[in-house]
Design a protein around this ligand. Sequence first.
Ligand code: ADP
Ligand code: MG
Length: 232
Amino acid sequence: MTFQSVLTQARSEHRTLLNEVEAKQVLGEAGVSVTVTTLATSADEAAKQAEAAGYPVVLKVVSPDIAHKSDAGGVKLNLNNTAEVKAAYAEIVASCTKAVPNANIVGVAVQHMAPQGTEVIIGMTTDAQFGPVMMFGLGGIMVEVLKDVSFRLVPLTDRDANQMINEIKGRPILDGVRGQPASDIAALKSTIVKVAKFVEDHPEVRELDLNPVFAYPDGAIAVDARIIVAEA
Ligand code: ADP
Ligand code: MG
């Protein structure tokens, strides 16, 4: 599915939020490293897709009415067999229905569970005056509490991406501290550049969040993605 077909589908449903499956599909096509994610609309389908994804797997709610999936009980990690997958499917639907009573639950996203890495965030927002702006930061409390993030306007060069990574206060964490491994800076830089290029190529994109991206000593992969497009 190309960006155009995903956009057409979303607009036909009067949605501006591309779900995780759609967002990862279009970003994957743009060369961004993402966990391969499929949409299951039943527990049986989820179990089949889990085999294909390879255990352990992660299940997450797909709903245009639920932006923060964990908060609604919509994320189940580290599922190791068919029985666990089927139970998780039912639990996700039950807790999300309870958390957001009239939510339209389209199904559940199925993906392989990636090994833990250093969590970073790569995002984009549209500034009323300057247009698309890229954002980079370390995941978790570093962004939420300390607002330790850097920004650059799109279009963005390799050098800009490097500076974005180097100017955050938490930069030493990416070199590895307290026995934590170092992060692949070249892979992070390349991810920022590819996302910026994707944004440049698709002016309909208004907001984009890869939160988190797992950074490893060798490579980096986005395990969550969300895109907001402009209204038709
Ligand atoms: P949301 O941000 O909507 O609550 P996420 O998709 O970010 O949901 O999932 C919540 C957390 O679960 C992530 O921050 C990450 O730590 C973990 N997680 C999500 N997907 C994966 C995955 N494929 N592999 C490993 N961990 C994951
Ligand atoms: Mg997330």
